[in-house]
Design a protein around this ligand. Structure first.
Ligand code: DCP
Ligand code: CA
Ligand code: CA
Length: 369
């Protein structure tokens, strides 16, 4: 596989930086963004804090009262989270980032992977210049700072983006991966939470280099086959996951007119099954999964009705689609009088299919401990 150049752009202290943006008066003060639980005036947790507040020991996830205590007698600003506003800023950030990438993948509200292999002709030097341009544009257009990591894959780019913050830029060339990762604390790796780190410490593993050299058989005994294989590869800086554009569409639907008006389930399902198959092809083409399935019914009197249900897990199964659609139609005609003229099928709540089982993201979810 030829060398890729992958960038991870992560906004600095994002929610707090957004608050600074619209409240210029708080400039230079500690800023704490809080998720108030509503039980008492200060119950809840810190969502994030700017770097001034962090210098007092304030951290994401800590109880609000702890943050207040750390900032006692300090002129600090506390805000409740305003997700809608941050999403609006996020969309502007992403629109700028998108223009710099060959392939663009938003990975969270404040971060995105950019595959820039073609744009930079595989040159890390060119990628560095590109990263500086991105930083410049975010500063002039939006007055926001970010930290950027560049590496030969997502894993290295992500770790590197955390290296220098705020307003950092860290470049790890394909030949420098081992050298760069080896001395780092294992806690820096995606998927190594505090519990996992503790277990590794118990095995005498402190650094990524020590993890890479650790006996894989012994690792297996502690963490199981899948996780130990993942840890081993990650410690070596190996990651083949591609940067992938997420499906733009929010739903897919098909609708058709019945040969005759009907409330007969079997008759309706003949048409509905065809629609399911059509949607299924689209889903497979788009490499997408759906989690919500729905039906659309236009009755003889031209009134439109919709019903939907959300499944437990995302899927691309045609069988599951047909089964759920059938149940929805069945339920509809039990509850509702009338004959259908047109019927439709819809899937939504879409996500991109994970092609490899060893996807980083699927592992983080499993190993959040
Ligand atoms: N967030 C949150 N609770 C957490 C972690 C994060 O509500 N435990 C929210 C607030 C953050 C945003 O997500 O601003 C992005 O998370 P990051 O982990 O990227 O953290 P920040 O952007 O706040 O800080 P950093 O400068 O370290 O990236
Ligand atoms: Ca961030
Ligand atoms: Ca982030």
């Amino acid at each position: 596989m030829r060398t890729r150049v992958v960038m991870l752009v992560d906004m600095d202290y994002f929610f707090a930086q957004c608050e600074e943006l619209r409240n210029p008066a708080i400039s230079g003060k500690p800023v704490v963004v809080c998720v108030f639980s509503g039980r008492s005036e200060i119950s809840g947790a810190v969502s994030t804090a700017n770097y001034v507040a962090r210098s007092y020991g304030v951290k994401s996830g800590m109880p609000i009262y702890s943050a207040k205590r750390k900032l006692e007698n300090v002129d600090a600003a506390f805000f409740p989270v305003d997700e809608k506003y941050y999403e609006d800023i996020s969309a502007r950030v992403m629109n700028i980032l998108r223009t710099y990438a060959d392939i663009f993948e938003q990975a969270g509200i404040d971060e995105a992977f950019l595959d820039v292999t073609q744009k930079t002709r595989g040159q890390f030097q060119e990628a560095t210049e590109l990263a500086n341009k991105i930083k410049e544009e975010l500063k002039t257009q939006l007055k926001l700072t970010c930290s950027i990591g560049i590496g030969p894959n997502k894993l290295v780019a992500k770790v590197a983006s955390d290296e220098r913050k705020p307003d950092g830029l860290t470049v790890v060339g394909a030949e420098q991966v081992q050298e760069y990762l080896s001395p780092l604390n294992v806690g820096r790796l995606l998927g190594v939470g505090s519990k996992t780190q503790e277990k590794m410490l118990g095995l005498g593993i402190n650094t990524v280099g020590e993890l890479a050299r650790y006996d894989t058989q012994k690792l297996k005994e502690v963490f199981g086959k899948a996780m130990s294989m993942y840890f081993h590869r990650v410690a070596l800086g190996i990651d083949d996951e591609s940067v992938e554009e997420k499906s733009e569409a929010e739903s897919f639907s098909r609708i058709a007119t019945l040969k005759q008006d009907s409330s007969d389930l079997n008759f309706i399902m003949e048409t509905a099954e065809r629609l399911c198959s059509e949607i299924h092809s689209t889903i497979v083409n788009e490499k997408a999964n759906f989690k919500t399935v729905g039906i659309i019914i236009i009755l003889k009197d031209l009134s439109t009705h919709t019903r939907s249900r959300t499944l437990e897990n995302p899927t691309n199964s045609l069988e599951l689609l047909k089964k759920n659609i059938k149940e929805l139609f069945e339920k509809f005609f039990v509850e509702t009088e009338g004959e259908a003229r047109r019927v439709g099928v819809r899937v939504s709540n879409l996500s991109k299919e994970q092609k490899s089982q060893k996807q980083l993201t699927s592992f983080i979810q499993k190993s959040s401990g």
